[in-house]
Design a protein around this ligand. Structure first.
Ligand code: MG
Length: 184
């Protein structure tokens, strides 16, 4: 297996990219908390943080982060060719590839993830709103959507897990499901 990128290195890189762009796990967990709290009054921030961390272990999510942040950074450095440079730099309103990548990354967590992503895309809550608001030369055209997808996935994941616990599904089954959802 020559030249193959190790999975662990991709995981580390994806997490570092988020950090470098000023997004913490807690920022994302706060959105998850807002989304899921109305359905579960006992929900804690710790559970939301854990869910975000699990979603960040998923390869499809990591790849979306790497692609999206790379394009944002290249646009900031004015290294893209025209007209893509201007489209991404100005977050052109009819450009939808940022949403397409994020939506693709939300598909692995089912319909709750997809509909929650759509809601977050429209409402722009928490850190998403901060990222979406233009600030000097910073470009977050892709990052705001990717954060929306991470939060939506973590929220969907929690909704399903909480139901399993309420129904007293065995811990073995819950762990089996967790392993299964992290594949891919
Ligand atoms: Mg965007």
């Amino acid at each position: 297996m020559k030249n193959r990128v190790r999975s662990q290195d991709v995981t580390t890189a994806a997490k570092s990219r988020l950090e470098e762009r000023g997004v913490t796990i807690e920022d994302i967990a706060e959105i998850v908390f807002d989304m899921q709290r109305p359905y579960n009054l006992e929900l804690t921030m710790l559970e939301c943080i854990d869910s975000v961390e699990k979603v960040l272990l998923k390869r499809e999510m990591q790849h979306a982060i790497l692609v999206g942040v790379e394009l944002d950074v290249l646009a900031e450095q004015k290294k893209l060719s025209e007209p893509l440079q201007s489209i991404i730099e100005t977050d052109e309103s009819l450009f939808g590839v940022d949403e397409t990548i994020a939506l693709g990354a939300a598909l692995g967590y089912g319909s709750i993830a997809v509909t929650t992503y759509g809601y977050l895309d429209k409402k722009k809550v928490g850190i998403i709103e901060k990222l979406d608001t233009k600030n000097g030369h910073q470009v977050h055209t892709f990052l705001d959507d990717i954060i929306g997808a991470i939060a939506a996935n973590a929220a969907s994941r929690l909704a399903h897990r909480i139901r399993d616990f309420e129904d007293e599904v065995s811990i073995e089954t819950v762990l089996d499901k967790q392993e299964e959802e992290l594949i891919g």
